[in-house]
Design a protein around this ligand. Structure first.
Ligand code: SF4
Length: 249
C-alpha cells in the first residue's frame, strides 16, 4: 500500500492522558502505516485534517524531541506512554528516529516511561531502555494465528516477529508485557504457550472493537466471535492459561 509521509512540526508532544495510570501520552507520528482495520485511533483524522483512508498517511513530528525538552522544563514527574494513537516503531521510525530521539530526552528525566508497539524495530532501542529506572515495554499481540493477523492488521509485523521481540527484550532484562487487544479469533491456550514465557505481565483489553471491523468478521465467517458470551469465555481461558506462566494480569 502506498503511504504518504509528510514532515510536520508539532506544537506540543506530551499530551494529558485519559488512560488509567498514565499521566501523559507521547505520539511521535500522526497516522499509522499498520492500518489495522479495527483501529480506535482513526479519530485522529479529524484533528489533523486528513481525508485519506487510515493507514495511507503518516505525519512525522519532526521537531518532537525539541518540543519535548521544552515541555520537560515544566513537567518533572508522572508517567508517559509511547504511544496511544500511533505505533512508535512503524516503518517511518527506521528513517526518522523520532521515537528514539524522544527516548534519549526522557532518559534524562524522572518520568516513568512505557512503550507499546507491534513492531520488532523496538529492539533497536534496547540500549536506551536499559538507561531508564523503570521502563516497561509492551508488544501488542492479538491472535496466535498469522492468517487472522493478515486480515485485521494487514501491514503490521507477523505474530512470530512480535513474540521474538518480547523474548529478546526479556532476555536483555527489560520488563515486558503483552497487550492483547482486541482479542481476535484465536486459540487462547496456544497464544498463552507462545507468549507466557516471555512476559512479566499482560493486559487483555475487553473494549468492543467489533463495530469497526464487523464486515471482516462476517466476510471471513467469524460471526461466532461477535457474540459477547463467546468472547468472554475466550478471555477467561486466555487469562487462566497466561497465569500458569506466572505473569500478572
Ligand atoms: S498499530 Fe495501533 S495505532 Fe497503528 S493502526 Fe494498528 S491499532 Fe491503530
Amino acid at each position: 500500500m502506498k503511504v504518504k509521509i509528510s514532515e510536520k512540526p508539532a506544537k506540543t508532544i506530551l499530551t494529558r492522558s485519559g488512560i488509567d495510570e498514565v499521566d501523559y501520552c507521547l505520539n511521535p507520528y500522526t497516522g499509522c502505516f499498520h492500518g489495522c482495520i479495527y483501529c480506535y485511533a482513526t479519530f485522529m483524522k479529524r484533528f489533523s485534517g486528513h481525508m485519506e483512508p487510515w493507514g495511507t498517511f503518516v505525519d512525522v513530528k519532526i521537531n518532537a524531541h525539541e518540543i519535548l525538552e521544552k515541555q520537560l522544563s515544566r513537567i518533572s514527574t508522572g508517567s508517559v506512554m509511547i504511544s496511544s494513537v500511533t505505533d512508535p516503531y512503524q516503518p517511518a521510525e527506521s528513517r526518522y528516529r523520532i521515537t528514539r530521539k524522544c527516548l534519549e530526552v526522557l532518559a534524562d528525566s524522572e518520568l516513568e516511561v512505557s512503550v507499546l508497539t507491534k513492531s520488532p524495530l523496538v529492539l533497536r532501542d534496547i540500549d536506551l531502555f536499559s538507561r531508564f529506572g523503570s521502563m516497561k515495554v509492551g508488544v501488542t499481540v492479538t491472535t496466535d494465528d498469522d492468517r487472522i493477523r493478515r486480515i485485521f492488521e494487514p501491514n503490521a509485523p507477523p505474530v512470530s516477529a512480535r513474540i521474538r521481540a518480547l523474548r529478546e527484550l526479556r532476555e536483555k532484562g527489560i520488563y515486558t508485557y503483552a497487550f492483547i487487544g482486541p482479542v481476535l479469533p484465536m486459540e487462547p491456550e496456544s497464544l498463552a504457550r507462545k507468549l507466557g514465557p516471555f512476559i512479566d505481565a499482560f493486559i487483555i483489553d475487553r473494549m468492543n472493537y467489533i463495530s469497526k471491523s464487523k464486515r471482516a468478521y462476517q466476510k471471513h465467517g467469524f460471526q461466532r466471535w461477535m457474540d459477547p458470551g463467546h468472547s468472554m469465555s475466550i478471555v477467561k481461558r486466555l487469562e487462566e492459561a497466561l497465569e500458569q506462566y506466572g505473569s500478572a494480569g
